[in-house]
Design a protein around this ligand. Sequence first.
Ligand code: F6R
Length: 255
Amino acid sequence: MEVIIKENYEELSKFAASMISEQIEKKPDTVLGLATGSTPLGTYRELIKLYKENKIDFSKVVSFNLDEYVNLLPEHEQSYQYFMKENFFNHINIIPENYFLPDGMAKNIPQSCVEYENNIEAHGGIDIQILGIGSNGHIAFNEPGSSLGSRTRVKTLSKSTIEDNSRFFENIDEVPRYAITMGIGTILDSRLLILLASGENKAEAIAKTIEGPITAMVPATVVQLHPKVTIVIDTEAASKLKGKYLSEPAKLLLN
Ligand code: F6R
């Protein structure tokens, strides 16, 4: 597990974007796993910038998002499909047939979850999975208590996540209660995980994720089991860590 502490959100975003663009350069048909929320927005902005400077080509890239609300139309401003188009897909040359999100409007949700898993597999699996982290330690919508081997399925949002996400809705009653989410097992199948966190309100969850015991009560702690994880955080999110960590990958410092 590599922990990289950046000075601020901007530096963190640039670093995450450079990891993704290097991967796409090496493998143009990279399969990306994408997240929504505030944290990856800066990374998406940087990637759009690189695209506009002709430094990155998304024409062969495939992507799978981690999650989507149940019963929110794709056109709804708070649906994750809308979010991804507004903040990323509409600004790059990814082919619309090549990006996928769980279908929160599916008639048969359990079946659509199985199909989502099969589709990831049919594309050869996820090369890089971007993750944010909830203040309660959730990854995607795998809330505390989620099975560590779980696959894509419907989850009930916890009270703290409904509260956290209410900032995007007019009032807390409008926050959907259910979401489809990749499972923890699905996430662990990705070849590389990049977990991003910024700000003081993530410091506790980050300290537990990096230095605490693995527990279903803090789902992000499972990243400790993955052979290839880079955790990129800013100084505020790092403020409760006890260990010493670098600001650049060890391999760069060795060069
Ligand atoms: C979103 C997702 C969530 C967020 C998490 C942090 O696709 O998977 O787990 O990453 O809730 O959200 P922000 O970044 O808004 O603090």
